[in-house]
Design a protein around this ligand. Structure first.
Ligand SMILES: CC(C)(COP(=O)(O)OP(=O)(O)OC[C@H]1O[C@@H](n2cnc3c(N)ncnc32)[C@H](O)[C@@H]1OP(=O)(O)O)[C@@H](O)C(=O)NCCC(=O)NCCS
Length: 149
């Protein structure tokens, strides 16, 4: 099997393709911007993008905006590997906390984040629409040991 390769640059076309497979209203290519405050981490096998994470760093706070894995390659540890690399890059760039919002209906993602060390810090009722709340989650980048990711 071809080795996995880690990439930390922006690949709008490949990310938008994964978005279309993972979400009802996935992000478009134009929404993946190449800017100094952005952090991209993706895993590739040959020229296939298998998983990516995208976020923004503002001083020492990082927001995780998007994460998606290829539908046929889920539950193989790739999401965790991509997140692990993303966290390492956040730390390298001085991040202290990593924040995200996730629909409370997306239990797979909620379990994934909890298992990675995120804790729930709040809830925005109806944030995604009636009956669809956003859970606010946070990972302490200073104290969470990398080995748990
Ligand atoms: C969330 C997502 C990125 C996880 O990627 P993944 O590569 O499948 O995750 P991993 O294989 O690294 O899983 C790590 C752990 O997360 C949990 N997990 C992942 N998928 C799970 C599932 N379907 N059911 C229960 N737990 C799950 C498990 O604890 C798993 O560890 P284990 O397999 O040793 O039990 C992937 O499911 C995905 O792309 N979902 C669609 C997009 C999405 O919802 N993104 C989040 C929006 S906020």
């Amino acid at each position: 099997m071809t080795k996995l390769r880690l990439d930390q640059t922006c690949h709008p076309g490949a990310f938008a393709q994964l978005e279309a497979q993972a979400f009802e209203r996935g992000w478009q290519e134009s929404q993946f911007e190449e800017r100094p405050d952005r952090i991209y981490t993706s895993l590739w096998q040959a020229d296939h993008c298998l998983c990516y994470v995208y976020g923004r760093i503002i001083t020492d706070e990082v927001e995780l905006w998007r994460i998606a894995g290829h539908p046929e390659r889920r539950r193989q540890g790739l999401g965790l590997r991509a997140l692990n690399a993303f966290v390492a890059e956040c730390r390298r760039r001085g991040g202290r906390n990593l924040f995200l919002e996730v629909s409370h209906h997306n239990q797979v993602a909620v379990i994934f984040y909890r298992n990675a060390g995120f804790t729930e810090t709040g809830r925005r009722v109806g944030y995604y629409g009636p009956g669809d709340d956003a859970l606010l989650m946070c990972l302490d980048l200073q104290t969470t040991p990398l080995t748990t990711l």
